[in-house]
Design a protein around this ligand. Structure first.
Ligand SMILES: [Zn+2]
Length: 111
């Protein structure tokens, strides 16, 4: 009894495996498309990060953005990030201290 049933299950499983192995051509085409799109996406992501790095390097050292941008504070009042810009041309990632636009470190530097 049990033996016949398990044989039937195995046969069923084999049929399922065969069915998924013999996919219609359309489905295989779609899979190939997805794979190539994923590769394209990865390439584009790499390209974007490369271009961002390049853009950072191209920024002139005398950029007026080194001064604190007042717009940044009004657009995101809840986050209160330090308004100072680091030597790497990125906004300081520390939180500003209460009642100030700068973190503790940049506050000290500006006094
Ligand atoms: Zn800071």
């Amino acid at each position: 009894m049990t033996c016949t049933r398990s044989i039937r299950i195995v046969t069923l499983l084999a049929a399922v495996v065969m069915a998924s192995a013999q996919q219609p051509q359309e489905c295989a085409d779609l899979q190939a498309k997805v794979v190539s799109l994923e590769a394209t996406l990865r390439r584009l992501k790499t390209e974007i990060s490369r271009l961002e790095e390049l853009l950072e390097k191209l920024h002139p050292a005398s950029d007026p953005a080194a001064e604190p941008a007042p717009a940044a504070k009004s657009s995101r009042p809840e986050s209160q990030r330090c308004a100072a810009v680091t030597r790497r041309r990125k906004q300081c990632s520390r939180n500003a201290t209460a009642g100030s636009n700068y973190c503790w470190q940049h506050q000290q530097q500006r006094r």
